[in-house]
Design a protein around this ligand. Sequence first.
Ligand code: FSX
Ligand code: SF4
Ligand code: F3S
Length: 376
Amino acid sequence: MALNIESIKERIAELRKLEGVGSSSIPAILKSEGFTRRDFLKWAGAMTILLGLPSSFTPLVAEAAEVADRVPVVWLHLAECTGCSESLLRTDAPTIDNLIFNYINLQYHDTIMAAAGWQAETNYEEALQKFKNRFILCVEGGVPTKNNGQFLTIGPHAETGLEKLKRTAAEAAAVISVGTCSSFGGIQAAKPNPTEAKGVGEVLGRTVVNIPGCPPSAKNIVGTIVYYILFGALPPLDNFNRPKWAYGLRIHDLCERRGHFDAGEFVEEFGDQGAQNGFCLYKVGCKGPYTFNNCSRERFNQHTSWPVQAGHGCIGCSEPDFWDTMAPYEEPLAKHQFSSAMADSSADKVGITILTLAGVAVAAHGLISAIKNPKE
Ligand code: FSX
Ligand code: SF4
Ligand code: F3S
């Protein structure tokens, strides 16, 4: 992506001319929530680094975030638990990411819109007409495809999720899959996948940006929208269509327990001395070495914690088919070396295979020590 500052400025200026949501603006809302201009610029600086942009882009990232309420968004819910929206909305101490998400220009959102029934349908049809080829379509949830999609119907016309998705995507400027379900099928696609649920990209047969995670982090969602505002295009993607700026490294690469992994210091079972010492969780099932996401760097809940810090291994929730390929969650994958997690060959996965072998070596090392010292 060429970093053409002039065209970014023009795009932001055009967006500023459009009407935002309601009577308030994002800067005014942030102020009313107690965030100072300095807090906001600090956030913009961190987001700039997260997006892999030069720090000179910070003012532009701030401006893009300020006009995020100008970009119309249609948000569909298909087969899922709604945890993705919940994780963004239900917070007693909203972050700047949460607040920006709350005030993006949501033209239609199945679960948080005030309208219901026929009125909701009317709003949806009007948004499609009014913002044709200009709105971002965000989709949460997998797409049941069996029996022509009849396992999921929405609204008073009982339109299938499959139809609604295809019809909406045909009018959208860009499609973003929010969560592992819409990215790869998720839990409803776990074996035996009775509804033949699939990810959105597979159903549409076009490139969609996948923001997996069950649920994904607010930062990765808001960052993708900010990126789209800045460049008017999708960010560089990995081979699973995940933005490289967010999913380019493994959980394991920046994990705070990594030193213990390298030193061979492991939690052997939950609650043991190793757990109290904060040792590596690999042997109790951590899938961080096979999982591409930025949780170990960005964390959740205002950067306070993340699964591994809380004491449980990563379960690989942002990887395709993790319900099947990463299970059982509290055993090392190296014990299950024929798992299909290794069947997807790609440049990134080469590293995984090598690490898996290292994992096997770790497990073997553990076994050998156990034989040498049966008390361990
Ligand atoms: Fe899936 Fe999101 Fe997991 Fe739940 O909507 S990614 S089941 S957190 O809610 O789609
Ligand atoms: Fe961290 Fe898990 Fe890697 Fe251990 S295996 S260093 S707990 S990511
Ligand atoms: Fe998911 Fe692992 Fe992050 S379980 S939330 S990818 S630490």
